[in-house]
Every structure is written in C-alpha cells, then in structure tokens.
Design a protein around this ligand. Structure first.
Ligand code: SF4
Length: 161
C-alpha cells in the first residue's frame, strides 16, 4: 500500500491542461443538461477502434469526466446515447429499445464514420444502416476513429464546460 501511495505521489497529475471551453453545440440541450451529461454507450457493430478512443477520452490523460461527462450502465440513468459502429442486424432492435429507455429530453451522438454513414462497412450484408437510419441523431463526431480530443471537445460542447 505504501508503495502505491509513493507511486501516486511520484507520478503526479497526468491530465492534460484544459483547453478553453468550446461553444455549446446544442445550446438548448446544453441548457437543459446544466453542465452535466450522463452517457450510455451502445456498440451497434463497431470494429472496437472507436471504443479504444472512447476509453482514452475517459482515461486519466484526457479525463472527460472533469467536464461533466460521465458514462452510466443503464439507459434509464442516461441523458445521452453514444453510439458507435454501423447498425448491424443483430443490434438494430437493441439500439431501438435502448433509445426508448432513455428519458426525454435525450441526445443521440453518432461517434465515428461508421455510425455516421456506415464507413468501411457500407453495404455489408449484416448492416442495416447508419445510426441515423434507426434512431434520430443530434450530434455527429467524424473520424475513423475520432481522436480522444475530438470526443472530449464534442462532449464539452454538450456540457458547456
Ligand atoms: S469508424 Fe473506424 S474505428 Fe470506428 S468502428 Fe468504424 S472502422 Fe472502426
């Protein structure tokens, strides 16, 4: 235990300095959210590249939580859905049900090119379509995969912090 505390003290703070707060991307929603957004992540068929970048965005270096963005386990506790990947046949119903379980007013974020327009999986036999073909999308984060800075910036645009 003492070794652990020593290591923590030696390592210090690793989080990057916070850039200036971006303009709210959805001003009315940002006002409703009051500086805090609870996010339920749904992998609708991703290759997991986007998940690696999400993990990084919420890790100690980029630390999205310090701007009021937090991941939750249940859609019933969420303000926003963060959807990755093209929507596969096996995940279509699960995505619809998860969307319905999120209380109003809700925000849907399509993260990554696959979520936005099916990306490299366009016209694949197991793909139903992009996220916007299944549930209404409010915000898109482009990239394959988007960098953690872009993910954090988009979430800060929601929380306004
Ligand atoms: S956008 Fe790129 S990294 Fe993300 S799921 Fe699609 S192929 Fe993978």
């Amino acid at each position: 235990m003492r070794d652990l505390f020593r290591k923590i003290r030696k390592t210090g703070r690793v989080a990057q300095d916070a850039p200036r707060a971006p303009e709210p991307v959805l001003p009315e929603r940002a006002r409703d959210l009051g500086g805090s957004v609870q996010i339920r992540h749904v992998d609708a068929g991703s290759c997991n590249g986007c998940e690696v970048e999400i993990a990084s965005a919420f890790g100690p270096v980029y630390d999205a939580e310090r701007y009021g963005a937090r991941q939750v386990a249940s859609p019933r506790h969420a303000d926003a859905l963060l959807v990755t990947g093209p929507v596969t046949r096996n995940m279509e119903m699960a995505l619809r049900r998860t969307y319905e379980a999120v209380p109003e007013p809700k925000v849907v974020i399509a993260l990554g090119d696959c979520a936005r327009n099916c990306g490299v999986f366009a016209e694949a036999y197991g793909v139903v379509g992009a996220v916007g073909d299944v549930v209404p999308v409010d915000l898109e984060i482009p990239g394959c995969p988007p960098e953690p800075e872009a993910i954090v910036a988009a979430l800060r645009g929601l929380t306004g912090r």
